[in-house]
Design a protein around this ligand. Sequence first.
Ligand code: NAP
Length: 252
Amino acid sequence: MHVLILGGTAEARALAGLLHGTPGIRVTSSLAGRVASPRLPAGEVRIGGFGGAEGLAEWLREHAVDAVIDATHPFAERISFNAAGAAATAHVPLLALRRPGWVPVEGDDWRDVASLEEAARALDGLGDRVFLTTGRLGLATFADCPQWFLVRSVDAPDTPMPARTELLLARGPFDLPAERDLIARHRIDVLVTKDSGGAATSPKLTAAREAGIPVVVVRRPPVPEGVPVATTPEGAAAWAATAARPGASRVR
Ligand code: NAP
């Protein structure tokens, strides 16, 4: 049985580790190729886009894929949409693996927004010093903002940035003492984050709560309609083990 994992997340790597070496299962992980030196999962790896939903459907057929697990980042909306289309076209079962989103606790001052554009507008009146952790891809959205930004990303952005920006190249996980220190040292007034979920980058939320600063949280796009969801790599691995059996439910 050949399982394709659409990856780019820690959960995708964990899933590949669980499936790799399982008798009867061949696993291939696919990465977009955005990060210069990605952490590679166990098993076979292919890198680069497929050429839209049609290209992915073709790839599924050519490589005799029996099941697809979309374990991409919750904000990687296009590939998830393409995966739903391709799986339906190729009649291959599809599961989405999504870590749970973050939930505010007492003492949090979160401002929910639906997009990066809305996040940029929500900064008005929240202070001059912004800690921006939404990644380099959407950075251009903030390019015209007048505030000072501490921008943290894995690789250097190649898009327009706000005029007053300090760049911090770093890859998680990040721990609480370091996040506290960043917020204090840079006298941060407001944090901006996507609702990525997971423990690797959540200490910034605790540090923001402790510092009493607001957090602008960009909420997730929905999983494509009709696609079942697992929230853990173990749950996704269990699904994969049964997905290609005769009579298993197929997502179209
Ligand atoms: P996206 O907007 O959903 O996808 C854009 C295009 O990139 C897709 O149409 C596809 O190209 C290609 N692509 C994306 N993921 C791929 C994969 N796993 N394997 C092969 N091709 C892929 O995605 P994105 O937001 O740019 O994210 C790119 C990758 O970075 C994702 O795999 C995601 O898991 C990871 N990531 C994203 C974020 C985020 O905040 N968006 C954060 C951390 C990690 P074709 O149409 O040519 O197939």
